[in-house]
Design a binder for this molecule. Structure first.
Ligand code: DP6
Length: 418
């Protein structure tokens, strides 16, 4: 270790995307290692709209590992953090910064402490998989800081020990978490099925049903595995799983949409079949699904797929921009913002979809005609204020290092949050 000064701080900053499961993971065969009872598949979301940025720093001046999430210090004492830190430290290598005269040898890492600062560019705990992006970013950035020579697949097995879904955030595009067979979890890793460019026509609209801070609890999977009669640990026949992967490879939207919606509905059915029952979706979530189902049926072929995780938000995947535009018009018709909400903060992310939909201000929302598929004599229903906001996004890339110092969340002199 550099002896002449104990003041140096060495830092790395990385950005990692979040992901939404299209074939859900639910149920563990090992709670500590976080080993799933089924394979799952997700789509990585564009980090421009939803991501975690993490800066990790090491200095001989630090006397304990510390972490700040969105500026607030949080405890690292939990088993999930400890497992990730231990696994990464075990793989650390020599690091040298010749210019600054810093040399850390492999065995130094056992005694060196790290500071970690993490920031989500979307509301934490709005049910948008912040733990997935968070643990993926923690592991990825620490691996870079400690010169860990392992590929993203191996890193995914470490991120998995922070939160199962986090392993899928180590790649962009469509990603599969292979449940694996080994008891030590070495083969329970994420693999990329296709990158984000493969199916880049897809547009994703997230209806954030409630952005209120939800209690941060790990999903209650154990109860489901123990009590649900409906849970299908094999997630249907293998033919069904193969056709899903084929649908992604072939950009076969009707098959993709049908299987995505079915898997989401089955996941929520299994939750409701748990004792005591778990209700993640609410009336608003059901209304959004109703609106998509009605439109898809009237078109004769699916235009939009929907899926919801362990919360009430609805994630809608449109087959292309045209379908996304028509979907957004329908959503804004049924779920207009509260009178005090500005349209600019009601539809966020890729706002060009809003422009394509011909909507510039709230008057345009008020002037939207009822969707033609509503043929009933009954006036079309409106649910003002039931949605907090919409995020327009698309499939995105995997983790990246941010080399420009301006992105760092820690002060390069003190190693404390800026
Ligand atoms: C419904 O990955 O958050 O989003 O492994 O206990 O941290 P832990 O759970 P987590 O569960 C995600 C469940 C899900 C489905 C999915 O992402 O596959």
């Amino acid at each position: 270790m550099a002896e002449e000064s104990q003041k140096w701080v060495l830092m790395v900053t990385a950005q990692t995307p979040t992901n939404i499961a299209v074939i859900k993971y639910w149920g563990k065969r090992d709670e500590n290692l976080i080993l799933a009872i089924n394979d799952s598949i997700s789509v990585t979301l564009d980090p421009a709209h939803l991501c975690t940025t993490t800066t990790v720093a090491v200095s001989p001046a630090f006397n304990q590992d510390r972490m700040w999430l969105n500026g607030k210090e949080i405890s690292l004492s939990g088993g999930r953090y400890q497992n990730c830190l231990r696994e990464i430290r075990a793989r650390a290598n020599d690091v040298e910064d010749e210019k600054r005269g810093i040399k850390i040898v492999k065995k130094d890492w056992e005694n060196l402490h790290v500071h970690i600062a993490s920031y989500n560019n979307f509301p934490t705990a709005a049910g948008l998989a912040s733990s997935a992006a968070g643990f993926a970013c923690l592991v990825y950035s620490l691996a870079k800081l400690m010169n860990v020579q392992e590929d993203n697949g191996k890193l995914s097995a470490i991120a998995r020990q922070g939160s199962g879904s986090a392993c899928r955030s180590l790649y962009g595009g469509f990603v599969k978490w292979v449940m694996g067979k080994e008891e030590n979890g070495s083969d329970s890793v994420a693999v990329q099925l296709v990158d984000e460019k493969h199916w880049d026509e897809l547009v994703i609209i997230i209806a954030v049903v409630s952005s209120r801070q939800m209690k941060q609890v790990a999903p209650q999977m154990l109860e489901t595995v123990e009590t649900s009669a409906l849970i299908d640990t094999g997630k249907g026949s293998s033919t069904k799983r193969i056709s899903y992967e084929e649908a992604i490879q072939n950009r076969d939207f009707p098959t993709f949409a049908q299987l995505t919606c079915a898997d989401s509905n089955q996941f929520h059915a299994v939750c409701m079949d748990t004792s005591p029952p778990i209700f993640y979706m609410n009336d608003t979530s059901h209304r959004v699904i109703g609106c998509v189902e009605k439109w898809n049926r009237s078109e004769g072929t699916p235009q939009v797929a929907y899926t919801s995780d362990a919360g009430p938000n609805a994630v809608l995947i449109a087959r292309n921009r045209k379908a996304a535009t028509l979907m957004l018009q329908r959503l804004l018709f049924h779920f207009p913002p509260n009178s005090d909400t500005d349209l600019n903060s009601y539809v966020i992310g890729d706002k060009s979809i809003l422009k394509d939909a011909g909507i510039q201000d709230i008057k345009d929302v008020e002037a939207l005609p009822p969707p033609p598929e509503i043929k009933d004599k009954v006036p079309a229903q409106k649910y003002k204020g039931e949605i907090s906001y919409f995020i327009c996004t698309r499939p995105g890339r995997g983790p990246v290092l941010l080399t420009d110092d301006s992105h760092a969340l820690l002060n390069p002199e003190t190693g404390l949050p800026k």
